[in-house]
Structures are given as structure tokens and as C-alpha cells.
Design a protein around this ligand. Structure first.
Ligand code: 2HA
Ligand code: ZN
Length: 269
């Protein structure tokens, strides 16, 4: 089969990671139906052959003007596509797009004309923001982790850094591997500009942002790392719930223990 991945082992490795993560999201119950989105900035793999590839779709508006994305390439999960299908066949359930000169429109170039995720404006706005800040993050992930979403149905966890501190205190790894913690965005309509803008604001201080009563949005160098950040946070939520189910409020690591760990691991917070 003709595919953009043929003879491009480095690009294929990145797309295989997307497929692997999509499988984990399904197995964890975080990706019901078409839930969740993934976009990956693959511009570094766009050789002359990719740059010469013709459009296989009409020119489509992004819905935003994103000056840092001119000529960039992204792999995007397809709209209405299932993560469990993407896990088996990423190029039939997602596509590669090229951002055009006007920074406000795109075309699909490979492998099939699969329309990108409904959250494309917010995902691309985030990539535009990351490049503008000089951050070397290439992956963005939106998913619906059950226990973390459940926590957002209680306002006591929605105040700044309350959930972060609680989750960090459940097990040392969570602070070590999600060192910037969990940002919070109060409920907003899915796919809205308001949701995208609020998310970008939180990404100043956090790599993982909680969308109240909806899901998380995470960014990192690659999709595996973005998934790992969400996974360690959700693991902490599970430990918290397990303790509550045993009939007690968990003690949590002390502030002194967490400070000691931050110093030993040279963590930013
Ligand atoms: O694309 O999860 O928030 C499916 C979603 C939208
Ligand atoms: Zn969602």
C-alpha cells in the first residue's frame, strides 16, 4: 500500500507511538466511542518528498490564524474516529495535514482524506502557542480519564493547585513525572474558542490541564510522554479512591517529604 510512512522510519516510529497510546486509552476506558483527540507536530520529518505531495482535499479553514504554523505538518486523529480503531490502523483513522501560507487554512496530504478532529482549532492553537514560547513539545493529547474527571464534579478540588497537591502527595512518582502539576479550566463548551483560550492560559504553568466535567488536555515532547503524565495523575486518583473505599482519608506525603523530593529530583515546583 502507498503510504507516507513508507521508507520514513523516523516518522513511522512517531505514528506507531500514537497507535500504541490510542490502544492504552481504549484499554483504560478513557476513550469511549470517538472520545479524545491526538495531534502531533511532524514538521521535522517533512522531507522534500512530503513537501511536494499534492493536496488530497479542498483547502479548509482552521477557524483561527496561527502565524507560527506556516508550512507546518501535523498528524491528526480523524473526527468521529475511534481510538480503538486508530490503535489498529492510524493512517485510516487519522491523516497528515499541511498548514498553508495564510496560516489560517490547511489541506490533507496523506494517506486518505480523513477529516481531522473537531478540536482541531484548539489543538493547533496550542501547537502555535508552544512554538511561540520556544517549547520543544510536539504532542497534544485530549482524553477522558475516569477518576480524574470524577474528581472535577466536586468544587473542593477545583481551586488552584488543590487537586495537584493532593495527587502529588499520594505517591512520590506523580510529582517526579508530572512535575508542573495539574491546571484547572472551569466547564466550557467542548470545541469552543473559550475552551482553547483558557487551556493555553493554563499551559503557561502546567503540562496537563483538567477540563471540568470533561477530560484532560496534556502536552509533551512526544505522545508517550504526554500519556505518561496523565497516567501518573490518574494512578494517584485511584490510590486516593482506594483509601477512601477502605474507609479513611489518606494521610498523603507531608509537605516536607514532597519538598525533599523536589530538591532531590530538581523539580520546578
Ligand atoms: O473528539 O473528546 O471533546 C471527541 C472529544 C471532544
Ligand atoms: Zn472530550
Amino acid at each position: 500500500m502507498k503510504s507516507i510512512l513508507n521508507n520514513r522510519p523516523a516518522l513511522k516510529t512517531e505514528i506507531n507511538k500514537v497507535a500504541e497510546v490510542a490502544g492504552y486509552l481504549w484499554q483504560k476506558g478513557w476513550a469511549e466511542r470517538n472520545g479524545g483527540n491526538i495531534t502531533i507536530n511532524i514538521t521535522e520529518y517533512a522531507d522534500d518528498g512530503i513537501q511536494a505531495m499534492p493536496a488530497i482535499s479542498k483547502v479548509k479553514p482552521i477557524g483561527a490564524t496561527l502565524p507560527y504554523l506556516k508550512g507546518c505538518y501535523f498528524y491528526c486523529k480523524g473526527t468521529q474516529k475511534r481510538m480503538r480503531d486508530l490503535a489498529r490502523d492510524p493512517m485510516a483513522n487519522g491523516s497528515v495535514i499541511r498548514i498553508l501560507e495564510d496560516c489560517a487554512s490547511y489541506v490533507i496530504i496523506a494517506d486518505h482524506p480523513v477529516n481531522p478532529t473537531s478540536e482541531l482549532p484548539s489543538h493547533l492553537s496550542v501547537h502555535n502557542y508552544l512554538i511561540s514560547k520556544g517549547v520543544n513539545y510536539k504532542a497534544s493529547l485530549h482524553t477522558h480519564p475516569i477518576e480524574l474527571v470524577a474528581m472535577t464534579h466536586n468544587q473542593k478540588f477545583m481551586a488552584k493547585d488543590i487537586a495537584s497537591n493532593l495527587l502529588w502527595s499520594m505517591i512520590p512518582e506523580t510529582k517526579a513525572f508530572c512535575p508542573r502539576g495539574l491546571g484547572i479550566v472551569p466547564y466550557k463548551l467542548p470545541s469552543s474558542v473559550e475552551l482553547a483560550e483558557a487551556t493555553i492560559k493554563e499551559l503557561n504553568d502546567y503540562d496537563v490541564v483538567m477540563w471540568e466535567k470533561h477530560g484532560v488536555f496534556a502536552v509533551d515532547t512526544d505522545i508517550m510522554a504526554a500519556f505518561d503524565q496523565v497516567d501518573v495523575l490518574n494512578k494517584s486518583a485511584l490510590i486516593y479512591i482506594a483509601a477512601k473505599n477502605m474507609g479513611f482519608e489518606p494521610e498523603g506525603m507531608s509537605q516536607a517529604q514532597m519538598k525533599e523530593m523536589s530538591e532531590a529530583f530538581h523539580l520546578p515546583k
